[in-house]
Design a protein around this ligand. Structure first.
Ligand SMILES: O=C(O)[C@H](O)COP(=O)(O)O
Length: 225
């Protein structure tokens, strides 16, 4: 299985909390996605089935990478459960200005604690996506901790992705910093405390070897292969 975090987004560049807000890739993000696909082709790590979120930056990263690997034709499933962790009331704020206002420690807790969510997003605020047609029928969260993200991403992985891996297919998952931290925590057996130190870089494919549908727990960057 190949996990890839989307390439640099406009709000990664601007250093703003993003979460479920749907920003696009920057030119650098597009280049990172293309390089990821070229690396897959060069190493022969060719995806056969794709999964991604409902968010433009992950979808476009997938498509740019697959195009570079000449694999745009593979089956692809989108699901909101692979979305980024919802950043609640921090959505749209500048990360440095938020540190200046609330202190480094508080912002680190909001960003990296296991089960403390950011403040709740006010209903009806500019960043409230409850009425976005893509989330029709979905109870859009108003904030999420990593624990909350795991609670929706992991069952999706188990129901939708694991059976494809068990059938021996090479799967690519194009998603987000925190939805991928949720999967890596599970697959690599990382504790609630230690997961706070795990960062996932943009556009760098991470490989989990599978045998008989089971991950060994080993993982490596495809660039190191
Ligand atoms: O949602 C965001 O702002 C980023 O994609 C991830 O943010 P983080 O590094 O603060 O978790």
């Amino acid at each position: 299985m190949i996990l890839v975090r989307h390439g640099q987004s406009q709000w990664n560049l601007e250093n703003r909390f993003t979460g479920w807000w749907d920003v696009d890739l920057t030119e650098l993000g597009e280049a990172e996605a293309k390089a990821a696909g070229e690396l897959m082709a060069a190493t022969g790590m060719m995806p056969e089935v794709a999964f991604t979120s409902y968010q433009t930056r992950a979808i476009r990263t997938l498509h740019i990478a697959l195009r570079a690997a000449d694999r745009l034709w593979i089956p692809e499933t989108k699901d909101w459960r692979l979305n980024e962790r919802h950043y609640g009331g921090l959505t749209g704020l500048d990360k440095q200005e938020t540190r200046d206002k609330h202190g480094d420690e508080q912002v680190h807790i909001w960003r990296r604690s296991f089960d403390i969510p950011p403040p709740v997003l006010e209903r009806g605020s500019e960043f409230d996506l409850s009425n976005d047609p893509r989330y029709a029928g979905i109870d859009v969260p108003m904030t999420e901790s990593l624990k909350d993200t795991i609670a929706r991403a992991l069952p999706y992985y188990e129901q939708a992705i694991q059976p494809v891996l068990a059938a021996g297919k090479t799967v690519i998952v194009s998603a987000h910093g925190n939805s991928l931290r949720a999967l890596v925590k599970h697959l690599s057996g990382i504790s609630d405390d230690d997961i706070s130190a795990l960062e996932i870089p943009t556009g760098q494919p991470i490989v989990y070897p599978f045998a008989n549908g089971q991950a060994s727990g080993e993982r490596y960057y495809l660039s190191d292969a």
